[in-house]
Design a binder for this molecule. Structure first.
Ligand code: PNS
Length: 174
């Protein structure tokens, strides 16, 4: 049975994460989305909220489960007996830190392999931190996150001040 862990903060889950989860779920028998618990970090969404949103969005993927981990990722991998990490790679800027983490994780536990998946082009510049910033400043994030996440962001920060119809569409300005 092929199993893999997709770790992250998911604060909140974006369309980029959903794309990786969906594609990765087709490659393995079980994919565990592991939400990092970091009490030192000031998250926008609580751990429960982050898990809830992932569960709601990934409900249709029967081989995807959602879990949490605290401390070192390699300790969690050992605990669940899954030595495979799946990561998404966006722009080249991700490469250095991801390369470092992959190398260190394998140094900490030589059984651990990190498999990278390229994000879809439309998500190449999407990140949870940018989504948080845009939503906080009342910009539209409708096309960047699943519907349920957009609703939670509107609850927190209010409706966007500009309409998403003003956003650039694939193919550019006409
Ligand atoms: O979504 P993020 O915040 O980019 O995810 C980063 C994450 C959670 C995958 C990474 O920070 C991590 O693995 N943290 C756990 C602590 C750990 O194992 N650190 C050593 C990695 S070399």
């Amino acid at each position: 049975m092929k199993r893999a862990v997709y770790p992250g903060s998911f604060d909140p889950i974006t369309n980029g994460h959903v794309d990786i989860i969906t594609r990765a779920s087709r490659l393995v028998d079980e994919l565990v989305v592991a939400v990092m618990v970091n009490p030192a970090k000031n998250h926008l969404f609580s751990l429960d909220e982050r898990q809830e949103m992932i569960r709601e969005v990934c409900g249709g993927l029967s081989n995807v489960t959602v879990s949490t981990f605290t401390g070192l990722l390699v300790h969690y991998l050992d605990e669940v007996d899954i030595p495979i990490i799946i990561k998404g790679l966006r722009a080249i800027s991700d490469f250095e830190s991801e390369f470092q983490m992959a190398a260190l994780n394998t140094t900490l536990d030589r059984r651990v392999e990190t498999l990278f998946m390229m994000t879809a082009v439309e998500n190449a510049f999407l990140s949870s931190s940018m989504v948080r910033q845009i939503a906080k400043l009342q910009g539209p994030v409708t096309d960047m996150v699943p519907k349920v996440v957009n609703e939670r962001l509107v609850e927190k920060f209010g409706a966007p001040k500009i309409n998403s119809s003003k956003m650039n569409q694939p193919g550019g300005l006409k």
